[in-house]
Ligand binder design. Structure first.
Ligand code: PEP
Ligand code: MG
Length: 584
């Protein structure tokens, strides 16, 4: 019988597929004890499943590219570490050898034990890591089942499924998207979570907060996921299917229309030229940015060079990555951001300080770089060398006060002198800019402008610091809202201050590439947008329909609004394309 479940749209689109439920904590395992002569072969089976799980994670890492690869890789790192955890492995062996547990039952027992340890932790972040345990153990159990059951093997190979889960790890989503996953229905979760961001980037429709999904939907139920309207329809009718086919036809036509915009100029309806820049971290991103007609790279995150390894990358290694980026953009400007590492990112090189109580408020970004001038100088030298191959700008993350920019400039000067002595070719000029993502930097931006050649507003972090709401914490969706007037006032102030000082100001947080915010950002005076390359055509298209001078007149009322609800109402009046923000 047809049933409709309501959820919040985290990533738009529609999909028709069979439901596959993931209920990691309810593993069905065989609890009969092993006979003595089965122990050896079962132990082998367990180890081979662990190897398969490790291999799957390695393969997944190799396949990932794009702006979100860094975030997904953090999860892969965490999961890989768990799979090699000596205590977990010893516990499993003991359960099989001494306790006569079958591998599946041993995995479940270890899962329950570790989950209880994590659940008892005070720190909410560590407590939430219980999900990692579930996901890792589920991966091993699935490998174990694939070894024995032909049915499971068949299931694993089938495509056309919509995943129904409490939550899904970004790494698993990326893996399954490559294996025919069509969409995701989460019974909990937030539209601002890493998984939601990844789903948007992968173009996978996704609902979150679909409360009864796990109890109302059954494996293999036919499901129409309508993430345009926030509905999951179980056993859709012929009428539902006709609606789905109409949507498919429209989205194909829309895709064709957008493709024609690849070489079009970026201009508002009233003729104002806008700069569209790409956030990039891989060669795929660079290729896409070129193909979609980006005006340059507005944010190149260099952390990924440091995150996937145990030692620090050498100067040559960094030079090659930066040079290839510059060459890849074929003469268009490229903005390289210096290292933005901190204890909040899994840093295998060991550079970030450990044990900070509040890593997001700790030694991160330029604070960390200035603590390790030798490591920083290696990066600076690599950037200076790469800057001979095309126009490069340098962007400094997590700037709080002018002395940080002064110190970075000094290090650049010293590195220049050193390289000159080594007769290395050097660029004539290398503009140095500040990311505005710390509230103090935004409020004191005029002082920073004495030392910065350009500014880039990082709204992902600026929002979390202004609102005191962790950007990854799903429970704070009602606060972590880009329409909060306090945030808009700061953005408007930074843009105006930059313009008055004659310095370019771009914006490279998630909202820069989200068409629901395009009119708002135009109204606040933004003329340089930087975004994931997959968003470039959508934003170009949106801009073409907007009248900048009319929107600018609304800037004052937007920044004077009292609440984000008021901003939402104002925007709904100004911009017919504006949809509710909580619904992705
Ligand atoms: C930001 O904070 O908005 C930003 C673009 O940087 P990141 O997401 O890498 O912290
Ligand atoms: Mg940031």
């Amino acid at each position: 019988m047809r049933q409709i479940l309501a959820g919040t749209v985290a990533s738009r689109g529609m999909a028709l597929g069979r439901a596959r439920l993931v209920q990691p904590s309810r593993y069905a395992v065989d609890n009969r004890p092993l006979a003595e002569d089965e122990i050896g072969s079962e132990l082998e089976r367990l180890h081979s499943a662990l190897d398969t799980a490790r291999l799957e994670l390695r393969e997944l890492r190799g396949k990932l590219h794009g702006a979100l690869a860094r975030e997904v890789n953090e999860f892969i790192d965490a999961h890989s570490l768990l799979l090699d955890d000596p205590e977990l492995l010893r516990g499993l062996d003991d359960l099989v050898k001494i306790g006569h547990y079958r591998p599946g039952a041993a995995l479940k027992k270890q899962r329950d034990k570790l989950a209880a340890v994590f659940e008892a932790m005070d720190d909410p972040y560590l407590r939430s890591r219980k999900e990692d345990i579930d996901q890792v153990i589920a991966r091993v159990i699935s490998a174990l089942q694939r070894q024995t059951s032909a049915e499971e093997r068949k299931l694993a190979a089938r495509v056309g499924e919509i995943l129904i889960a409490d939550s899904i790890a970004p790494a698993d989503m990326a893996h399954q998207a490559g294996n025919g996953l069509l969409g995701v229905v989460g019974s909990s979760g937030s539209a601002y979570s890493h998984s939601a961001i990844l789903a948007r980037s992968l173009g996978l429709p996704m609902l979150v907060g679909t409360r009864d999904a796990l109890s109302s939907i059954h494996d293999d139920d036919l499901l129409l996921l309508d993430a345009e309207h926030g509905e999951a329809i179980v056993h859709p009718t012929a009428q539902d299917l006709a609606r789905y086919r109409a949507w498919q036809r429209e989205s194909v036509a829309e895709g064709r229309r957008l493709a024609t915009l690849a070489n079009a100029p970026t201009r508002t309806r009233d003729g104002r030229d806008i700069h569209l820049l790409a956030n990039a971290e891989s060669t795929t991103d660079v290729a896409l940015a070129r193909a979609r007609g980006a005006d340059g790279v507005g944010l190149y995150r260099t952390e990924f060079l440091f995150l996937r390894r145990k030692s620090l990358p050498s100067e040559d290694e960094q030079f090659i990555a930066y040079r290839d980026l510059v060459i890849g953009m074929g003469g268009l400007p490229v903005t390289i951001r210096t290292l933005d590492l901190g204890a909040d990112k899994a840093d295998a090189s060991g550079l970030a300080l450990r044990g900070e109580d509040n890593p997001a408020l700790g030694v991160r970004g330029v604070r960390l770089s200035l603590r390790y001038p030798a490591v920083f100088t290696t990066q600076i030298r690599a950037i200076l060398r790469a800057a001979c191959y095309g126009p490069v700008r340098v962007l400094v993350p997590m700037v709080t006060q002018p002395d940080e920019l002064i110190a970075v400039r000094t290090l650049f000067k010293l590195a220049r002198t050193e390289l000159e002595r080594e007769h290395v070719d050097l660029p004539e000029k290398l503009p140095l800019g500040a990311m505005i993502e710390v509230p103090a930097a935004a409020l004191n931006v005029r002082a920073l402008l004495d030392h910065a050649d350009f500014l880039a507003i990082g709204t992902n972090d600026l929002a979390q610091y202004v609102l005191a709401a962790d950007r990854g914490n799903d429970a704070l969706d009602n606060i972590y809202n880009p329409l909060q007037p306090a945030l808009l006032r700061l953005i408007a102030y930074v843009i105006t201050s930059g313009r008055r000082a004659g310095r370019p100001v771009s914006l490279c947080g998630e909202i820069g590439g989200d068409t629901r915010f395009t009119a708002l950002l135009l109204a606040l005076g933004l003329t340089e947008f930087s975004m994931h390359p997959s968003q470039l055509l959508l934003v170009r298209d949106r801009l073409a329909g907007l009248d900048r001078s009319a929107l600018r007149k609304a800037a004052i009322s937007l920044t004077r609004a009292a609440t984000h609800e008021d901003v939402e109402t104002l925007l709904a009046h100004m911009d017919p394309g504006f949809g509710p923000v909580a619904s992705g």
